[in-house]
Design a protein around this ligand. Structure first.
Ligand SMILES: Cc1cc2nc3c(=O)[nH]c(=O)nc-3n(C[C@H](O)[C@H](O)[C@H](O)COP(=O)(O)O)c2cc1C
Length: 320
């Protein structure tokens, strides 16, 4: 998710689940070809497995960007056909490509020719007036014929005019049935559902109908949700990590980041929701929000916030 799931966020989420597949935010092919690649694509080995999401519609550029991404170690290349922002439409990529299945198919063919890792597509159930069952079927069949085996489907249509990206994540109604029927019509494809999933019980319900579930906002805003994923979905036998263990696991990573000139807040901003729903969640968030952006703030701020959240009153008083 743009501006959210950067490498620090993914490192943090990886402390919560060893197995969940993590995605980068969308990075345009153009940026990869012309920009600072290490900044855009660099990530830590510990984040694995990570999929790289690309934005674009030029098969040659996407193929080149995919190959570069594979070289950086990403385990999947995903093409964004779901983002409705104006900026993205101007560049003729994102959700507007749902109207051009043949072009998306050409992009997939070109990318697959250059990489060994899977090439997947994230899309909506429809756009504008092209939101019938037949439209989705036409899109998926064309792209599947190009060799895409996995579709992550955000179960709501996008309006390309008139709604902001945020509204396009909330206003068009969710239609999970549409995604279930897509899976039923294509048992040979891996269909991953996305949109509005807030609990692991919801995940279980969806998994009776589709092959996977992608969590967006819930995983970011309430990250501890992911802590039980390994046990519930991947057959792990170990208990989920405690929140305090997660913070402690972040300390060496954070110290290294700060030592090399990075700001604490680059990491701290992603963990604000770790104590979501817990009694001292607010005090945890407040301590981080106030202290982490300060010049010279170091990893100790994370430990202080953790002690506040865990009820260490001495720190609570000192922080008042
Ligand atoms: C801040 C923000 C940034 C997003 N950026 C991306 C993106 O880069 N690529 C993408 O495929 N989806 C992006 N999304 C959409 C989410 O991946 C997801 O499809 C959508 O939020 C619905 O799922 P959810 O209800 O689980 O959040 C973004 C969502 C948010 C809130």
């Amino acid at each position: 998710m743009m501006d959210w799931t950067d490498r620090h966020c993914r490192f943090f989420h990886r402390q919560l689940s060893a197995h969940a597949l993590l995605y980068t935010e969308m990075i345009t092919a153009e940026a990869i070809l012309r920009g600072k690649r290490d900044v855009l694509l660099g990530f830590s080995r510990e984040e694995h497995p990570v999929a790289l999401q690309l934005g674009g519609s030029d098969p040659t550029k996407l193929a080149e960007a995919a190959e570069i991404g594979e070289g950086y170690g990403y385990c999947e290349i995903n093409l964004n056909v779901g983002c409705p922002s104006d900026r993205v439409q101007e560049g003729r990529f994102g959700a507007c490509l749902m109207a051009e299945p043949d072009l998306v198919a050409r992009c997939v063919v070109a990318m697959r020719a250059r990489v060994r890792v899977p090439v997947t597509v994230k899309c909506r159930i429809g756009i504008d007036d092209q939101d019938g069952e037949a439209d989705l079927e036409r899109f998926v069949s064309a792209v599947a014929a190009a060799g895409c085996r996995t579709f992550i489907v955000h179960a709501r249509k996008a309006w390309l005019q008139g709604l902001s990206p945020k509204e396009n994540r909330e206003v068009p109604p969710l239609d999970y049935g549409r995604v279930y029927r897509l899976k039923a019509a294509h048992p040979e494809l891996e269909i991953v559902i996305n949109g509005g999933v807030a609990t692991l019980d919801d995940v279980d319900t969806h998994l009776a109908n589709v092959d996977g579930v992608a969590l967006g906002r819930a995983a970011y805003q309430n990250p501890y949700l992911i802590a039980d994923v390994d046990r519930r979905l991947f057959g792990a036998t170990v208990d989920p990590p405690a929140r305090r263990d997660v913070i402690e696991a972040l300390i060496p990573y954070t110290e290294k980041h700060v030592r090399s000139g990075g700001r604490l807040n680059n990491i701290a901003r992603h963990i604000l929701g770790l104590y979501h729903g817990r009694p001292r969640a607010r005090a945890f968030r407040r301590h981080l929000a106030e202290q982490a952006p300060r010049d010279g703030a170091g990893a100790g701020v994370l430990l202080q916030a953790m002690r506040i959240a865990e009820g260490d009153d001495a720190v609570l008083l000192a922080a008042e």
